[in-house]
Design a protein around this ligand. Sequence first.
Ligand SMILES: [Zn+2]
Length: 285
Amino acid sequence: MDRSVSFTLDFEDLRTDPSVQEERVGLVTERILDRLRELEIRGTFFCVGELASRYPDLIRRVVADGHELGVHGLHHIPNDLLGPDRFRSDNREAKRLLSELAGKDVTIYRAPQYSLIPTTPWVPEILTELGFLVSSSVLPARSPLYGWPGAPATPFLWPSGLIELPSPVMKFGPLTIPFLGGTYLRLLPAAVRRRGVRKAHSDTVLWSYCHPWEFDPDEKFYVYEHGGWLVSRVGWLNRKHMLKRVEAALRQGVGRPLGERAASLADLPTFDPAQIEVESESGST
Ligand SMILES: [Zn+2]
């Protein structure tokens, strides 16, 4: 099976008070781009539309370096808080902004905080209506924030025809975790990651995810919105080793950008949440 790991980055800015917290996302992302160029790695950059519009030159560099652009919402607000109407208008605008910067149609999407969940089943259909082809927005597990336990852990189609590349997950004690990215990749021993890759189902498309702030040990501490002190502290742990962690995850083989990988998949099963609801209702009577 293909054990290569694709690189993805969520280009976002989590500061709660920009008047006192230094803006470092551009600087840090430039450093990440420098390193990717040295290593000849091409990945997928999921960008918050409003932030991208403030960094047009940086986004043009992302494209010029051969990376793929994706949409990560207009303002990084989870979809359950947006509702369908604002989801549609926000992501139409983000897609327009990013397509203009890319000089081509941007057709891949990632939900802020994996907020494609059982209470936002309208997301895939609206994405298809807006011209998106691929999503990597589902965490098929129970999660302290957002997750869809019971969703397939390997690529599938939504009824609208949108391709979903769910986050790779593994069993870790009583938990199921997205071991290849974010806090998990930054904090857990490398042996956990290696085991996750080894045990992944042969149909899994392996991808890593990270955020600019995770590579920035010099950022001054602040408490995230909705995060609380403890969760925020965890966000500052081991930042100085994140680059090394990501490089190690990619060493056994770098996968192509997600849109390219999705385009080469065939015969995907369809996951229809409405159907599952009907089945479980009729099963219970
Ligand atoms: Zn995000």
